[in-house]
Design a protein around this ligand. Structure first.
Ligand code: AOS
Ligand code: ZN
Ligand code: ZN
Length: 386
């Protein structure tokens, strides 16, 4: 697509979901650095997410994490979000922070622990009913540290059983997104270590079970865009957890470590017909040393920039070079799009949307940070750093 009008029209339709946990304190296992003005309640996290949407115009949803975002009334929380111009997005289950889960959650050898974990997942679907959320995001920290510690195959059976029960409970408009991750916190074997495992479980269950690709969850050098192309072809890509990594699951800002990879991924998304709300474009990040709301704004902008470049790929020229076996020609078409500076186009788009062309500067000028710094002097919300 080389028509900039059409590129801008497409960009207007993109929605990037921000995660509630990005707004709270976070850190590594060495230290959590507290920041001023961080939210103390799920409502305040939604307030902050609404600011990201206010300045970017393309982040209308915020994902919740249960029980970090525990409230009495989820329907009321959804109304609270709507009143602030955003909606509740994916519900993320948490079956990794109780002592009971030391040896796993849904794959734990102890049936009582498995039952507890499954009940939590089903509770999360109840929450989705109340918030109107479409997606339940499942990430399991389950695995083993030592060879022989547990029966790898039996753990797959237990996983399949739990997934089937969750699938059964989903409404017609709901889905679960099964996340995979190479390692961590388990180091020897992980129960959902790769896209193939996630895909196989989802395939067995049906269309409401989809794979989610967290860009930070692969071995170094993995061709993530291949996975994206494959899953899209199979109708099994449910969404992304976007972030950047240098070494492991770093959860840095998407597009910071490897903007070219993000472009390649977005190219496959667009090529494969995945550029729609059927695919959840979510951020899964933590801002340990940088300010959080600007970190999210920057991340949303990075996704937009990669998307704009991918939309600019001249599909016709690319295809004819590919068909002619013109290796360098095809690569040149691809690289031309990547090397285009799309920032002026995005600034223009924002102005057309009634936004400030520079969301980072506009947020800094808005006085919102000074306001929350003063208002939120006491208390801290549940989350990674709590
Ligand atoms: C964990 O590594 C995963 O990326 C999950 O998406 C997790 O739910 C998220 O990091 C917040 O807990
Ligand atoms: Zn993730
Ligand atoms: Zn992760």
């Amino acid at each position: 697509m080389t028509d900039t009008k059409a590129v801008k029209a497409a960009l207007r339709t993109q929605h990037i979901e921000t995660p509630s946990w990005a707004y709270g304190n976070s850190g590594t296992r060495f230290k959590v650095f507290s920041q001023e003005g961080v939210p103390r309640t799920p409502q305040e996290k939604i307030d902050d997410a609404a600011q990201v949407h206010r300045f970017t115009g393309v982040a209308p949803r915020v994902a919740l994490h249960i029980p970090w975002d525990r409230v009495e009334d989820y329907a009321a929380l959804a109304t609270y979000a709507r009143d602030r111009g955003v909606r509740v997005g994916a519900i993320n289950s948490n079956v990794f922070q109780d002592n009971d889960y030391m040896l796993g959650s849904v794959t734990n050898p102890d049936p009582a622990v498995r039952k507890k974990a499954l009940n939590h997942l089903l509770d999360c679907v109840d929450i989705m009913d109340a918030t109107g959320s479409r997606d339940l995001k499942l990430w399991f920290s389950d695995g083993t540290n030592y060879p022989g510690q547990d029966d790898i195959r039996a753990r797959q059976d237990r996983l399949a059983e739990a997934l089937a029960a969750v699938y059964e409970r989903l409404g017609d408009e709901q889905r679960f997104l099964l996340e995979y991750k190479l390692f961590e916190p388990a180091f020897y074997s992980t129960d959902v270590p790769d896209w193939g495992t996630s895909y196989a479980h989802c395939l067995k269950l049906g269309p409401k079970a989809q794979v989610v690709v967290d860009t930070g969850h692969h071995a170094p050098g993995t061709n993530i865009e291949f996975i994206v192309a494959f899953l899209l072809r199979e109708g099994k890509l449910g969404g992304f957890d976007f972030n950047s990594r240098f070494y492991a699951d770093d959860d840095l800002m998407v597009g910071a470590a490897d903007p070219f990879q993000l472009f390649r991924i977005m190219h496959e998304v667009i090529q494969g017909g995945g550029f729609s709300d059927e695919i959840a474009f979510m951020l899964d990040q933590c801002h340990n040393i940088e300010p959080k709301i600007p970190g999210q704004i920057r991340s949303v902008m990075n996704v937009q920039e990669a998307t704009a470049k991918a939309l600019l790929v001249d599909g016709e020229a690319l295809r004819s070079a590919q068909q002619a076996g013109d290796v360098l020609g095809a690569n040149a078409v691809f690289m031309d799009a990547y090397n285009t500076d799309v920032r002026p186009l995005l600034a223009e788009l924002r102005e057309e949307m009634g936004l400030d062309p520079d969301p980072m500067a506009a947020y800094a000028r808005s006085g919102y940070f000074e306001k929350i710094r003063d208002e939120r002097r006491e208390g801290q919300a549940a989350g990674w750093g709590a």
